[in-house]
Structure formats: structure tokens, C-alpha cells
Design a protein around this ligand. Structure first.
Ligand code: FAD
Length: 375
């Protein structure tokens, strides 16, 4: 390191969020170094489902997801084929009249804010997805929602950042953040005007007291069944499980991959650090999926895995300065939406580094709102 000028920004962690930050900063002319402990994209990013979804449970979530969805869409033509960016749309499934009423309210809200959404009755739902069980009330189709294979996007972003002058060090663990510098586990020390902490669920290891908890999830991938389902299918109750504060939940969430494989989720567990498959919870998750898609019982599962979402107490990510730590910008706490919101996050981080105005209000994501919260 001696003799070389300090980079303007050190990005710690190269999951989808850190890679997007490095890419955005480098393209904006910032000198960037990325330090990644393991394989870039090998954390939650590799464990995730890759659903790029404009969630609308609350205004900050909607705004960041919508901006990010627009950024993904703008980038889609440039992404490598391996990123498998497609737009199956999301079909939110209503099990009963009450859920269909909620779907109608969401359809109107999406529509008024420029997101194409359509309410389906029971017959239209059955036509759209013949494998769904009989007796469902209808659905909400959000046509432009996409799916992507994030582990392929991360190296592509890092290559783009490198071409714009960034240095990427994979296999380099950061042991401590010391003001506007980091100390690496191998003893090296690097300084920068800004340290961007993008270590996902590991963030509290470097900033003790950060209100980020690990929220474990399971996913299953099946063999290839092209056409078995056509949209990303999610039960309307999913938002309750994603935003709930309970220690454990499952929800029906199935994604058709371009290969014809199906990803089957989802589960959430707080307070569990062990990454082993929890067979009891996995069975519960699969039973939930079978309640909606009985034909899944005749399909072969190939593999199951787990990953850890970085959960914050209020469900919003932490993007921006952490009080008491000059030069530190957080980019973590994206829970189950970090694939979707990586680009909006990167944009906000670049705005902060460059002193630019942002396209959406920053306040809901500023970490200061949670300073003093117990982890
Ligand atoms: C089961 C599951 C399903 C999901 N499905 C979706 C979905 O469909 N859509 C969606 O939008 N989101 C989804 N998510 C959430 C999404 O995967 C995460 O929000 C996102 O990947 C977070 O990215 P990240 O870059 O912040 O974290 P990570 O991908 O975890 O990256 C953090 C990186 O930091 C590195 N690191 C850690 N400590 C250090 C250190 N000390 N020094 C250097 N490097 C370090 C790690 O090695 C890792 O590579 C899902 C998550 C799970 C678990």
C-alpha cells in the first residue's frame, strides 16, 4: 500500500449491495477499493431468491424499491446472459375475500403511483396459473416485477467498477474499522475519506451495537419443470411474515427460473445463528407451498440451503452515517429486499459521498433514527 494515494472510498463487503456501491462510486469518478472476506456475492446474495419486487408495505420501502426497480430495468439490456434477468411478474395470491379486498386496495395504490398492477378474479387466476389449487379468491398481478440470478451480477458489477479504476481485493477480511481507516485481518491498514460498510448480516461484528440481527431463511430448488408456474407466486400474507416481529414464520413464495427450475420459499427465523437446515421448519415451509400448489408434491427437490438476512428493528435499511463514527457510511440492514434495493442504496451512498442531492428523501433510511436501539 505504501506510496499509492488513498482511495476516496473503501467498500467493505462485496455482496450485491457492496458491489453496487463500488460500481456506482467508481463510475462517478470516486477512487474505490473493495475489501471482501470471501467470495464476492457468496453471502446472503448467493442465498437469496433474486426476486426484484416493488414491495409497498410502507412508503420508504416502496420508494426505494421503485427507484431500484427502475435502475435494474435500465441496466437489464447490459447485464450478462448469466444474470438471467426476466420479467415473470409477481402474482400475489388471495386465499379469501378479505385478502382479495386487500389486493384491490393494493392494485389501486400501485396504479396511482405508476406501477402496472391488475386485479384478477378467481377464474382469471386459475387461467393464469392452472397449477394453483381450486377455491382461491383471485390475485394481484404486478406485471413488471423481475427475477435475476444475483451471484452472476456481482462479478459483473465488480468488473465494471475495476474498468472505472476500482481495486477489488477478494479474500481480504477487515478486522476493525478505525476512524477513516480499516485494519485487515492480515495486518494491513488502509485509509480513505469514506468507509462504506456493506457486510450485510455481519455488520455488527465491525460496528458493535449496530441494531442489525440475523434473520435466517431457507430455500429449496427443484429439478426442471418448464411452464409449471409462469409468475413469481406469493401469498398475500407474505408481507405479514416479512415484516412481522415474531421469531418464526413461513409463507408461500415460488419462483420459476428461466431454466425451468423452481425456487420454493420462504421462511424467517430470528435468534438462530447456526446455518444448518432446520428440517422441522423446512417441512413447514414446504407444506405451506403445497397448500397452494398441490402438484409440487410430484416434483423433485434437488437441494435446500439457508442464508441470513440483515434485519433492523423497523424493517428499513441503514443507509448513511452512523453517529459517532466520522467517515463511516452504512449500507446494510436490507432484510429480504437487498437484491431489489441494491441499486437505490448505491445511488444514495454515492450522493452522500459526492455531496449531491438525492432523488428521494434520505431520512427514512438514515441510521441515526436507530442510534441507541438495542440490537
Ligand atoms: C432465503 C433468502 C431469500 C431472499 N430472497 C430475496 C429476494 O427474492 N429478493 C430480494 O431483493 N432480496 C432477497 N433476499 C435478501 C437479499 O439476499 C439480501 O438483502 C442481500 O443479498 C444483502 O446483500 P448484502 O450485499 O448486503 O449482503 P451479503 O450478500 O451477505 O454480502 C456481505 C458480504 O460481506 C462480506 N463480509 C462480511 N464480513 C466481512 C469482513 N469483516 N471483511 C470483509 N468482508 C466481509 C461477506 O463475505 C459477504 O460477501 C433474500 C435473503 C435470503 C436469506
Amino acid at each position: 500500500m505504501s506510496g499509492s494515494p488513498s482511495p476516496d472510498a473503501l467498500v467493505v463487503g462485496a455482496g450485491i449491495v457492496g458491489a453496487a456501491c463500488a460500481w456506482e462510486l467508481a463510475r462517478a469518478g470516486v477512487r474505490v477499493s473493495v475489501l471482501e472476506a470471501g467470495l464476492p456475492g457468496g453471502g446472503a446474495t448467493a442465498a437469496g431468491m433474486g426476486h426484484v419486487v416493488v414491495l409497498d408495505d410502507n412508503e420508504p420501502e416502496f420508494r426505494l424499491a421503485k427507484l431500484s426497480h427502475e435502475l435494474w430495468s435500465a441496466l437489464a439490456p447490459e447485464l450478462p446472459a448469466g444474470a438471467e434477468f426476466t420479467r415473470p411478474g409477481t402474482l400475489w395470491v388471495a386465499a379469501d375475500g378479505e385478502e382479495l379486498d386487500a389486493a384491490a386496495r393494493r392494485a389501486a395504490a400501485y396504479d396511482s403511483r405508476g406501477v402496472a398492477a391488475e386485479l384478477l378474479d378467481a377464474r382469471q387466476l386459475a387461467e393464469a396459473e392452472p397449477e394453483l389449487r381450486d377455491g382461491l379468491a383471485g390475485g394481484l398481478l404486478v406485471r413488471d416485477d423481475a427475477v435475476v440470478y444475483p451471484p452472476c451480477v456481482v462479478p459483473w458489477l465488480l468488473d465494471g467498477a475495476r474498468r472505472a479504476g476500482a481495486q477489488v481485493d477478494a479474500g481480504r477480511r477487515v478486522a476493525a474499522i478505525e476512524g477513516r481507516a480499516v485494519r485487515c485481518a492480515d495486518g494491513g491498514r488502509r485509509e480513505a475519506a469514506w468507509v462504506v460498510l456493506a457486510t450485510g448480516a455481519w455488520a455488527p461484528e465491525l460496528v458493535p451495537g449496530l441494531p442489525v440481527r440475523r434473520r435466517k431463511g431457507h430455500l429449496v430448488v427443484t429439478d426442471r419443470y418448464p411452464g409449471f408456474v409462469r409468475h413469481q407466486l406469493v401469498e398475500l400474507g407474505y408481507l405479514k411474515s416479512a415484516h412481522g416481529t415474531g421469531s418464526e414464520s413461513v409463507a408461500f413464495n415460488v419462483q420459476p427460473r428461466p431454466s425451468g427450475q423452481l425456487l420454493v420459499g420462504s421462511s424467517r427465523q430470528l435468534g438462530v445463528d447456526d446455518d444448518a437446515i432446520d428440517h422441522r421448519l423446512l417441512s413447514r415451509m414446504l407444506r405451506r407451498a403445497l397448500e397452494y400448489l398441490p402438484g409440487l408434491a410430484r416434483r423433485h427437490a434437488l437441494r435446500a440451503w439457508t442464508g441470513f438476512r440483515a434485519a433492523t428493528p423497523d424493517g428499513q435499511p441503514l443507509i448513511g452515517p452512523w453517529p459517532g463514527h466520522d467517515g463511516l457510511l452504512l449500507a446494510t440492514g436490507h432484510e429480504g429486499l437487498g437484491i431489489t434495493t441494491a441499486f437505490g442504496t448505491a445511488w444514495l451512498v454515492a450522493d452522500m459521498v459526492l455531496g449531491r442531492p438525492s432523488p428521494l428523501p434520505r431520512e427514512p433510511y438514515l441510521p441515526a433514527r436507530l442510534a441507541g436501539s438495542a440490537p
